[in-house]
Design a protein around this ligand. Structure first.
Ligand code: FAD
Length: 365
C-alpha cells in the first residue's frame, strides 16, 4: 500500500514506523520540520505509568503498550526510557489515586501500597503529612521523548521514507485517498492517516467540538542542594493530592527536573501567541508549596509551552473518514501509547479493524 501520513508527532512517526515494518510505502508530511522540536511530542521526558483513575481500558492498554515499545527499542537499537517507578498520593477517599488503586485491584495489576508512616523515610523530598497512602507503580518511569523522536526520524530516513518537513497539508479529499498541499499540489495514495494533534480539526472541522486546545506550561527547576541526591533517585510522580493534577519528572540520567500541573492549563487558540511568560514560573511552582520539602529553595531554570488536544475524560479520538483515519484528543497522556497506536493505525489502513470497535478501544472503553 501507499500511505500518506499527515502530522509527524509521536503518533505519525510511530504509524510510519509500523507501516514501513509491514512493507508499505509511506510519505510523511508536517507543517514543521521533522522532528518538530517545538511540538507537543518533543520535550526531555514524558511520563509512563499504569494507574489511570477509573479508566480501566487504558490500564489494560499498558501491557501491550510496553510490548510495542520493546519492538521499537529493538529496531532503534537503543532504549530511551528510565523505569524509575511512579508515585501517586491519596489525600481523600475517592480521589484519583484511591480510584486508581481500586482499578488496579479490580484488574489484578501489581502495585505497592505505601502506608503513611512509611512515606517520610522513602520520600524525604516530599511533605506527606496529609497522605492516606502512596501508590507506587514499579512499571512507571519516563520516556526520553526527544531521543525517541530523533531516533524514529533517523530510522525512517535510513529506510528511505520520505519525511517532508515544512509542508502543510491544506485538505484531505472525501475519499480519504488524496491530499492537497498548501501550494495546491494534489497527491494520491491508497489511504491517508491524519495524526495532526491539536490541529486535526483544521482538516476535519467536525472534530472541533470534540476537544479543546489547551496551553500547558512546564517548568524546569533546580531542587535544594540538600535534596539533590534524593531527587536524582526519585520516581516520577503524579496526582500528588487534591484536584490540582501535579506531575513531575525527576532529574534522571542527566536530564532536567520538570514540574507541571494540570490546574495551570488553560484553553488557548491555535494561532494565539501562548509562549511562556516569566510569571508562569512562580505561579506553577506555587501549586507545590505544601508538597515539596524545602519548597522555598527551588529555583525555576526555564519554561516550555505545548498545546494539546484535550478531550472529555482525556479519551483518544480515532475515526475513519472514507479510506482515511484521524487520531487526536490524546490529551496529556498520549505519548506512552505511541508505538501501540502506530501499530493499530497501520492495521487500520490495512482494513484489519472494525472502525467502531477500534475507535472504542482507543477511547479506553
Ligand atoms: C506539557 C505536556 C506534558 C505531557 N505529558 C505527557 C506524559 O507525561 N505522558 C504521556 O504519555 N503524554 C504526555 N503528554 C501528551 C503527549 O505529549 C501527546 O498526547 C502526544 O505527544 C501527541 O502526539 P501526536 O502525534 O498525536 O500529536 P503532535 O505531537 O501534536 O503532532 C502533530 C503534528 O502534526 C502537524 N500537523 C498538524 N496539522 C498539519 C497539517 N495540516 N499539515 C501538516 N502538518 C500538520 C503538527 O505540525 C505536529 O507536528 C503531554 C503533553 C504536554 C503538552
Amino acid at each position: 500500500m501507499d500511505v500518506l501520513v499527515v502530522g509527524a508527532g509521536i503518533n505519525g512517526l510511530c504509524a510510519a514506523w509500523a507501516l514501513t515494518r509491514a512493507g508499505h510505502r509511506v510519505r510523511v508530511f508536517d507543517a514543521a520540520p521533522i522532528p518538530n522540536t517545538e511540538g507537543t511530542s518533543y520535550d526531555q521526558h514524558r511520563l509512563t505509568r499504569t494507574p489511570y483513575g477509573d479508566q480501566d481500558g487504558y490500564v489494560r492498554m499498558m501491557a501491550p503498550g510496553r510490548v510495542a515499545w520493546e519492538r521499537l527499542w529493538a529496531d532503534l537499537g537503543q532504549r530511551h526510557v528510565a523505569v524509575a517507578g511512579c508515585l501517586a498520593l491519596s489525600t481523600a477517599e475517592g480521589d484519583w489515586t484511591d480510584r486508581s488503586a481500586r482499578s488496579l485491584d479490580r484488574l489484578g495489576v501489581a502495585y505497592e501500597r505505601i502506608a503513611p508512616a512509611d512515606l517520610p523515610a522513602r520520600f524525604p523530598m516530599l511533605r506527606t503529612e496529609d497522605a492516606r497512602f502512596g501508590l507506587f507503580d514499579p512499571e512507571g518511569g519516563m520516556l526520553f521523548a526527544d531521543r525517541v523522536m530523533d531516533g524514529l526520524a533517523a530510522w525512517l530516513r535510513a529506510r528511505g521514507v520520505a519525511l517532508n518537513g515544512g509542508v502543510a497539508v491544506a485538505s484531505v479529499e472525501e475519499s480519504g485517498k488524496a491530499i492537497r498541499l498548501g501550494d495546491g499540489t494534489r497527491l494520491t495514495g491508497d489511504a491517508v492517516l491524519v495524526t495532526g494533534g491539536v490541529w486535526a480539526a483544521r482538516l476535519f472541522p467536525d472534530l472541533a467540538p470534540a476537544y479543546v486546545p489547551l496551553r500547558q506550561v512546564v517548568a524546569y527547576v533546580e531542587p535544594p542542594a540538600a535534596l539533590a541526591v534524593a531527587w536524582r533517585a526519585a520516581p516520577v510522580m503524579l496526582d500528588l493530592g487534591g484536584p490540582r493534577g501535579m506531575y513531575l519528572a525527576p532529574p534522571a540520567e542527566g536530564r532536567g527536573f520538570k514540574l507541571g500541573c494540570g490546574a495551570y492549563n488553560r484553553p488557548c487558540g491555535l494561532d494565539e501567541d501562548a509562549e511562556p511568560v516569566p510569571e508562569d514560573g512562580p505561579a506553577l511552582l506555587d501549586f507545590y508549596r505544601t508538597r515539596l520539602a524545602r519548597w522555598e529553595e527551588f529555583r525555576v531554570l526555564g519554561l516550555r509551552m505545548c498545546r494539546y488536544a484535550n478531550a472529555p475524560d482525556q479519551r483518544f479520538i480515532l475515526r475513519a473518514h472514507g479510506a482515511a483515519w484521524v487520531l487526536t484528543g490524546c490529551s496529556g497522556h498520549g505519548f506512552k501509547f505511541g508505538p501501540l497506536m502506530g501499530e493499530k493505525l497501520a492495521e487500520a489502513v490495512e482494513g484489519r479493524h472494525d472502525p467502531v470497535a477500534l475507535s472504542n478501544w482507543a477511547a479506553g472503553d
